[in-house]
Design a protein around this ligand. Sequence first.
Ligand code: AMP
Length: 419
Amino acid sequence: MADKYRSIRGMADILPGEAKLWQRVEAAARRVFELYGFREIRVPLLEPTELFARSIGETTDIVEKEMYTFSVGTSGPYTLRPEATAGVVRSYIQHRLHLDPAARKLYTLGPMFRHERPQKGRYRQFHQVNAEMFGYPGPRADGELIVMLMSLLGELEVPDARLHLNTLGCPECRPDFKEELARFLKARAKELCKDCRRRAKSNPLRVFDCKKETCQAILKGAPTVLDMMCPGCRDHFEGVKSILEKAGIGYRLDPYLVRGLDYYTRTAFEVKTDMLGAQDALGGGGRYDLLVKELGGPSTPAVGFALGVERLILLLKKAVKEEAPGLSVYLALLGDDAWDAGFELARGLRREGIDCEVPLDARSLKSQLRYADKLGARYVFILGEEELSRGAGTLKEMATGLQEDVRVEDLVDFIKKRL
Ligand code: AMP
């Protein structure tokens, strides 16, 4: 029978078997970010459409084709966030966070929404961990941020991750670069796809987002910012590279890395892997010195990154064996009085931070033991009416099968010592 209701295409359920890995990624991100002095911020999933159009850029793929936008009655239009930075910056401005020195380093975790064609590693609801740093114009901020990102990947033991680095210039040198690029594209317009011919006129940098091999081949000869950057951008870029080199972080210069959003200036980076096929970007980010002002705040330099959780999980799953669910103690209880005593014992174990379960339906001992085994219980404590009357139950260690009598009142301490 076909299921009556199914999840929306491109929006996946994260089932209990996989959730442990998600928790591991999220906990590692929190731990590493907090080691660097980042603090959590949580912003709504829904924002005014205008915020994204203005920040990400009207002529980007995201804004042109991929946003979930709607109105309710006379309110709206609203958009489900396709990325996190715009909302964080909106909040930073709205709450005058530039006045709070403790709000210069912010991180957030959560779902994003893009109406892309779903495939492995690409979904319509996906999750990111994001880190943003405000108020630091110099290369040390970019350097520290990238070092933090790479140490998170190291902590997670990601099996294959390669840092790609580029600079996108600033208002001083980018116009010259754009002009040069536009000239290059005009001369080859006939060979470019229809989308790229349009991009070449409206926003030349965006041609680098094109996935078509024919366009990619042409772009291999395109001018790069690296050839044309101003002294300020050159110094900044050298500063970032030197921090990475001192930290022992390898990188690849990638002059055609432009990122799919318009707000970046200077440093742009991406972490890629060879283990995920076409969707090879694990995360990326860069500097966006103009965005806070552009969105109505005080002129504030900023740099940040986003890491895709689904792709990280896909990669980690290749490296780690799926863990059994695991439970410290299962209390196998037979009869009402034993159940009452067992329930009390379970409360005592949980007060001590020891995870345990009691049967919530009437089952035979054999079926309880089978269930405890499925849960991956380390110990089973068997308590029936007979055991209860002598004040001691049987503790079974599941891995070895060893059994011993343990007095009911001693059980919590006994288990505490063993775990
Ligand atoms: P972006 O800012 O678009 O480069 O996104 C940053 C990261 O988020 C990417 O490197 C991916 O890991 C992840 N990501 C972006 N879009 C998707 C998607 N549609 N499905 C899954 N992950 C995505």
